[in-house]
Design a protein around this ligand. Structure first.
Ligand code: ATP
Ligand code: MG
Length: 315
């Protein structure tokens, strides 16, 4: 089994609560908030842990919120490598209106990072990464970080012969993809931006994806399609994996859960098809839990069984 390292440069404390009826200019009486460790790679590490795997969770953190995050990960028993920074870890906020089940998600930008701090992160990554590792960089950059940060990470992973998986968006994704990754997991909107087009229809997906793989040093492209599942493309393969219909509670964390499932399957030496099927099972399972909660192993196993046994009729 390969070692998994997750990298989160902009972690978060995800705070969620509920209220009945959201009206402006009124005091809104919320329920007791739930705090969770969040941010792309941190979610990936948490899901890997839930699925019985192990990963080294590397992240930049500072301030009292950074300590809170650290404590929560210690409680989970997740191995950590913290790069200390001066700024405080951000707090995101999600509120569900119980009167209509609408959910409002407020995402914060994260602290301002100094050049010395992001350079230190790259140095530490270089020191810890070894051949055969699977490195997952997930989530957004913080203010002050260069948009080619993940391109620099890609270079380090390449030099170390580690498999690099990138799940981010915008300019950071574009530059990271151009530098090279083993696997990318954009959603449809992120893929459109990567390819410099407004939107992509399902009919164009295969040809646009193949062109992208031809023009960028990436081996596997998994495009997640929300309730429609995902499509996986390589130079030789095209596989569509449908997501089962489930009782959906909250889609927060679906993408991160999907990435976690794929990474764990990859580390266990599963085939690319099994990898995406397991990823879709994890993503879908994440939609069955409330608020910011991630997927549960019992749901993942049930859904993965369904997806695997129905794969011949879903393609
Ligand atoms: N409504 C849904 N019903 C069933 N499965 C879903 C639903 N939404 C998401 N999923 C599952 O989760 C996976 C990832 O979801 P999605 O495509 O929304 O990722 P994303 O846009 O990266 O999400 P995120 O906002 O978490 O980053 C999908 O491929 C699918 O398997
Ligand atoms: Mg995503």
């Amino acid at each position: 089994m390969n070692r998994i390292i997750t990298l989160t440069v902009n972690p978060a404390i995800d705070k969620s609560t509920t209220v009945s009826g959201i009206k402006p200019n009124n005091k809104l009486r919320c329920s007791i908030p739930v705090y969770e460790a969040g941010g792309g790679g941190i979610n990936v590490s948490r899901v890997i842990h839930e699925l019985g795997g192990t990963s080294l969770c590397m992240y930049m953190a500072g301030g009292p919120t950074g300590n809170h995050l650290n404590d929560m990960l210690v409680d989970f028993g997740i191995p950590q490598l913290v790069v200390p920074i001066e700024g405080w870890v951000r707090e995101n906020f999600a509120v569900t209106d119980t009167s209509n089940k609408e959910q409002y998600r407020f995402g914060m930008p994260g602290p301002m990072i100094k050049e010395l701090e992001w350079k230190k992160t790259l140095e530490q990554l270089e020191a810890v990464l070894t051949e055969g590792d699977i490195l997952v960089a997930s989530g957004s950059l913080c203010p002050g970080m260069p948009t080619d940060f993940f391109a620099r990470v890609s270079k380090i992973a390449g030099n170390k012969n580690a498999k690099f998986i990138l799940d981010t968006s915008g300019e950071a994704l574009l530059k990271g993809a151009q530098a090279g990754a083993y696997l990318l997991k954009p959603n449809l909107g992120e893929l459109a931006k990567l390819c410099g087009v407004e939107t992509i229809s399902f009919l164009e997906l295969e040809s646009i994806g193949k062109t992208f793989l031809n023009q960028n040093p990436c081996e596997v492209l998994v495009v997640s399609l929300g309730p429609q599942g995902a499509v996986m493309l390589t130079a030789q393969l095209v596989e569509y994996i449908s997501a089962p219909i489930v009782y959906q509670k909250s889609t927060i964390g679906a993408g991160d859960s999907m990435v976690a499932g794929m990474v764990l399957a990859l580390a266990q030496g599963k085939s690319l098809l099994e990898m995406v099927q397991y990823g879709v099972a994890c993503g879908t399972a994440a939609t069955m839990t409330d608020g910011t909660q991630l997927c549960k192993i019992k749901d993942v196993e049930e859904l993965n069984g369904w997806i695997s046994s129905n794969s011949n009729i879903t393609q």
